[in-house]
Design a binder for this molecule. Structure first.
Ligand SMILES: [Zn+2]
Ligand SMILES: [Zn+2]
Length: 384
């Protein structure tokens, strides 16, 4: 069975998230998007765990559905934790029982935010979570704020061994990460890290995974056995941290220039090292070396964002949402529109969209890269 899975989101209990961010709000959006499996996020937070237990039907296999959900959208318990060195780890959790047991063993402030601050290092967190059947790996591994490669030069320095997976994050893809030798035997995940259920957030990155059965064991086996069929995600140029840039005024810098300025922008802001330069520092080879198990990485962007760019109207405006809904209803799911639908079919619903979708599929987009915390921008011909 092949599923589309988004394994990293946050709930309403995390900072700066939508106040409806919970499975019941996600279900209808996941269906339109074309996701089969979505993370709960924040499943180490006491209040959220209580809520989830009421919301979900009983399940013995670690995969959950919301009571009365006829669309049958599946959920998996996950949490992100922030460690002693401010490194973020993504944890896939097999059951509520495991979540409660892990809570008992983690030291730190577990309920002040949906993403707990844990006073332990990566190796200690890995030991606790592995003892309860979890999978663990670094989140958004290359970003300049809270990532493993911000704090360490090797994943082994953090965990004492290799993690179960590595999440690439919005500003990196397989072409970039496969310059690094130590990542050759680690499967890559592409997840949204969504903070709201809007369809341009959830599933903005996702994994196509081949599983034997849709259970926690089936999903974790597939990841460990490197059965990810494809990673779907941003062109790294569209991420917020590809280039070295000022985190206050977003001026993009060459690394030499930034180092000369001692990483201080004349505006007073801090200059943050770009993911491109960080990967260059960690690179073993000048060209990417893709191991045999590595699946293709396919660049996508949420359909509502593409429409917003084409029409010059906000992503969440009634205008954009109406075209989005029409496309999705006529052509299947959002993932179908982006990846599978024929260009003729798209042309019939929205002729202006056809060339943009084609540029994505042909990898011929023109992009002004992001950096310093500001997303990159697509430049369409009809901008002029
Ligand atoms: Zn994070
Ligand atoms: Zn600045």
């Amino acid at each position: 069975m092949i599923i589309n899975a988004d394994l990293h989101i946050h709930s309403k209990y995390s900072m700066a998230t939508s106040k409806n961010m919970a499975p019941d709000a996600i279900v209808p959006q996941a269906k339109l998007k074309g996701l089969d499996l979505v993370a709960t996020g924040d499943a180490l937070h006491q209040k959220y765990l209580n809520e989830l237990e009421k919301l979900f039907k009983q399940s013995e296999n670690g995969i959950f559905t919301v009571k009365n959900d006829e669309d049958n959208c599946k959920f998996i318990l996950t949490s992100e934790v922030d460690d002693l060195k401010r490194v973020h780890h993504l944890i896939l959790i097999p059951s509520f029982e495991a979540a409660y047991n892990i809570r008992d063993e983690l030291k730190g402030s577990l309920d002040s935010d949906g993403r707990p601050r844990v006073r332990m290092n990566g190796a200690e967190i890995m030991d606790v979570t592995h003892a309860h059947g979890c999978l663990i790996g670094p989140s958004h591994a290359f970003t300049p704020w809270t990532s493993i490669y911000k704090a360490y030069d090797s994943v082994v320095d953090c965990y004492g061994k290799k993690p179960d997976f590595l999440e690439l994050g919005l500003s990196a893809d397989t072409e970039m990460a496969d310059h690094i030798e130590e990542l050759q035997d680690i499967p890559f995940l592409t997840n949204s890290d969504a903070h709201s259920p809007w369809p341009h957030r959830i599933g903005r990155e996702f994994n196509e995974i081949e599983i034997d059965n849709l259970t926690f064991k089936g999903v974790s086996r597939a990841i460990l056995d490197k059965k990810i069929k494809a990673n779907y995600g941003f062109d790294p140029r569209l991420g917020k941290y590809l280039k070295t840039g000022c985190s206050r005024c977003y001026q993009i810098y060459d690394i030499e220039e930034a180092l000369n300025l001692k990483m201080r922008c004349p505006c007073g802001g801090m200059i943050k090292k770009g993911v491109d330069y960080r990967i260059y520092e960690l690179s073993t080879w000048d060209e990417p070396h893709h191991p045999e198990h590595r699946p293709p990485y396919i660049h996508i962007l949420p359909l509502a964002e593409i429409l917003s760019l084409i029409y010059g109207k906000g992503v969440t405006t009634v205008f954009v949402q109406k075209i989005w809904k029409e496309l999705v209803q006529k052509l299947g799911t959002e993932i179908d529109v982006l990846i599978h639908a024929s260009l003729e079919g798209i042309e019939k619903v929205d002729p202006k969209l056809t060339s943009a979708i084609q540029a994505f599929r042909d990898n011929t987009l023109q992009i002004r890269p992001g950096g310093g915390g500001k997303y990159g921008k697509i430049i369409f011909d009809y901008d002029e």
